[in-house]
Ligand binder design. Structure first.
Ligand code: 4FV
Length: 223
């Protein structure tokens, strides 16, 4: 998969996407990630990317020219151009699975009070929000999308099974069941007997029941 990210903060991407699973996916050529600085697509010596909103109001907006220039330069035939903003459709595991099927994404991160509307109207194929809260800029949302999508790419996670049984995965409506590892007893806290029984039918029943209980308690909206 090829992912390009357009941002005013390229340095923010150094670190989170250079470790562990994402790093291995990039080294294995399963993910081709490129970070682009929006200021490189300005033409004035002040590298201006923002301006005041027509009609007044607080803050600044991202100007159309640099973003149009950048997207028209970076976009390929199959690129899906995705804006990151609080006005986007909710990003969740189902959307991550959908995007994992896409060959080529161009993520356009927001900043200031947001985008000039003509960017949304003319350039965006899609718009995503990672949650109903306001961040200082769209860099973290872009990293969240890159991380959630990359781990679903074939060959990225060790045994592909691990992406199957987890919370929000296809066919699993709800939260994951409680899990335990050694020691079987820790500070007087014992692992549920059924998990030590080796009786896989009983274990599966217990896990399904626990997952339903936890989902009902914490996220009835998922049921
Ligand atoms: C955001 C979100 C988000 C809003 C103002 C950047 C900030 C600034 N993006 N999901 N929530 N963006 O808060 O995607 O433009």
């Amino acid at each position: 998969m090829k992912i390009d990210v357009l941002t005013l903060f390229p340095a923010m991407f150094a670190g989170p996407l250079d470790e562990s699973i994402i790093k291995r996916a990039r080294e294995a050529g399963l993910l081709d990630l490129a970070i682009h600085n929006l200021r490189d697509y300005t033409r004035d010596r002040h590298k201006t990317v923002d301006d005041r909103p027509f009609g007044g109001g607080p803050g600044m907006l991202l100007k159309p020219e640099p973003i149009f220039e950048a997207v028209e330069k970076l976009k390929r035939e199959k690129s899906r151009v995705i804006l990151l903003s609080p006005a986007g459709r909710p990003f969740n595991q189902a959307v991550a699975r959908e995007l994992a099927q896409v060959e080529d994404m161009l993520l356009v991160t927001g900043h200031y009070e947001g985008f000039d509307e003509r960017i949304r109207e003319r350039l965006a194929d899609d718009e995503l929000s990672i949650g109903d809260y306001i961040l200082t800029n769209g860099a973290l949302p872009a990293m969240v999308v890159v991380d959630a999508v990359t781990r679903l790419l074939p060959g990225v996670l060790g045994d592909d099974d691990s992406a199957k049984e987890e919370s929000f995965s296809a066919g699993v409506a709800g939260l994951e069941y409680p899990q335990y590892t050694r020691p079987a007893e820790f500070r007087g806290m014992k692992v549920p007997e059924v998990l030590l029984s080796g009786n896989h039918a009983e274990i599966a029943k217990w896990r399904t029941h626990q997952a339903a209980l936890r989902t009902k308690e914490r996220r009835p909206d998922l049921l």
